[in-house]
Design a protein around this ligand. Structure first.
Ligand code: NCD
Length: 358
């Protein structure tokens, strides 16, 4: 069974194939209008969403399929204490494919291990968001015409911003990518992204707190929201929330063809005055998300019988203790035996949320 939990579950060839299918869907939508007739997508959203859930639903309808699901945890049996594992087993009997968003890191992985249908991670806590990355890749291709030879600035909450973590993992696959990480000190990229992805793949990168300094060199600027809901300390959020605000004035030193992305929702980090700038690509990016989700649903339903157990293999260590990350799914699922695996530096990481075992 094939699922998409982490963007690295797909090879570079598979990412390129998804982009090709999405471009074909854009060119010939009628050819795809009945591809999923009789199939059901279940959208299990335990956390708020506008674009991701509705673009998944629109994607399935445009493929001729149907949608069931819920949009908040309080209207599901999770409110009664049902585990993610049980929910996945039940939904497998009602639907053909699941898209799940959950505040706990690793929850979609647990769902995929228990479901008998493909599971798509639609965002798990501050961890990953692979389908946003699919939208981002298609947007870069459509706006810049390439996925290599790019200097990509990522600005804002790089610590909790799951879209950035997944995008970096995808860009690591392409040639000559230079990543400029722009954040306040408190919100720098987590070690599992820096060590296991950036350093391990020998990506060229730099870190700075200054958006103004970084802007002139960028081909792509990926702005992100400061993730209020992930902060344990609300005063820290208040202090950091307006760290970066992109304005037309700040764009005067940017390249003429720099492309501005944002997974959205936007709070304050991009002035609405930027929306009129031809470089502002974030609304087109949201539409691209629908096409990539169509391509993804087709791929996973087409490969439903391919046997592939993700992230299994050597170096796994089973342990009875819980992960120390309070946002990890192991902190709430009673039945989970904790599993670690060795990372590139020989250190043990939780397989669900990738936190280091201290
Ligand atoms: C992002 C998310 O949920 O992680 N939004 C999205 O899916 N388009 C970014 C965010 O919430 O800031």
């Amino acid at each position: 069974m094939r699922s998409l939990i982490d963007i690295t579950d797909f090879t570079t060839a598979e990412l390129d194939e998804l982009i090709s299918v999405a471009l074909d869907i854009i060119a010939r939508p009628d050819e795809y209008a009945n591809k999923c007739r009789g199939k059901k997508l279940a959208t299990l959203f335990f956390e708020p969403s506008t674009r991701t859930r509705l673009s998944f639903e629109a994607a399935m309808y445009e493929l001729g399929g149907n949608v069931i699901g819920f949009s908040e945890a309080s209207s599901s049996s999770a409110a009664k204490g049902e585990s993610v594992a049980d929910t996945a087993k039940i939904i497998s009997q009602y639907a053909d494919i699941i898209a799940m968003r959950h505040p706990k890191e690793g929850a979609p992985y647990v769902a995929a291990k228990n479901a008998t249908i493909p599971v798509i991670n639609a965002g798990d806590g501050g961890h990953c968001h692979p389908t946003q990355t699919l939208a981002d890749l298609l947007t870069i291709v459509r706006e810049k015409g390439r996925l290599n030879n790019l200097t990509v600035g990522m600005c804002g909450d790089l610590k909790y911003g799951r879209t950035v973590h997944s995008l970096i993992a995808a860009l690591a696959r392409y040639e000559n990518i230079n990543v400029v990480l722009i954040s306040p000190d408190e919100l720098r990229i987590p070690d599992y992204v820096k060590d296991d992805i950036i350093v391990k793949n020998k990506m060229s990168y730099s870190e700075t707190a200054s958006l103004e300094e970084a802007i002139p060199s960028l081909d792509v600027l990926y702005m992100t929201r400061i993730q209020r809901e992930r902060f344990a300390d609300k005063d820290e959020y208040e202090r950091l929330k307006d760290s970066y605000v992109l304005t037309p004035e700040k764009l005067t030193t940017a390249k003429e063809d720099m492309c501005i992305l944002h997974p959205l929702p936007r709070v304050n980090e991009i002035s609405v005055r930027v929306d009129e700038d031809k470089r502002a690509s974030y609304f087109r990016q949201a539409l691209n998300g629908k096409y990539m989700r169509m391509a993804l649903i087709l791929k996973l339903l087409g490969e439903a019988n391919t046997p592939k157990e993700q992230r299994e293999g050597e170096g796994l260590v089973y342990d009875e203790i819980k992960c120390e990350n309070p946002r990890c799914i192991t902190s709430t699922e009673q039945e989970l035996t904790h599993i670690f695996r060795k990372d590139g530096n020989g250190e043990m990481r939780c397989i669900y949320c990738e936190a280091l075992k201290k």
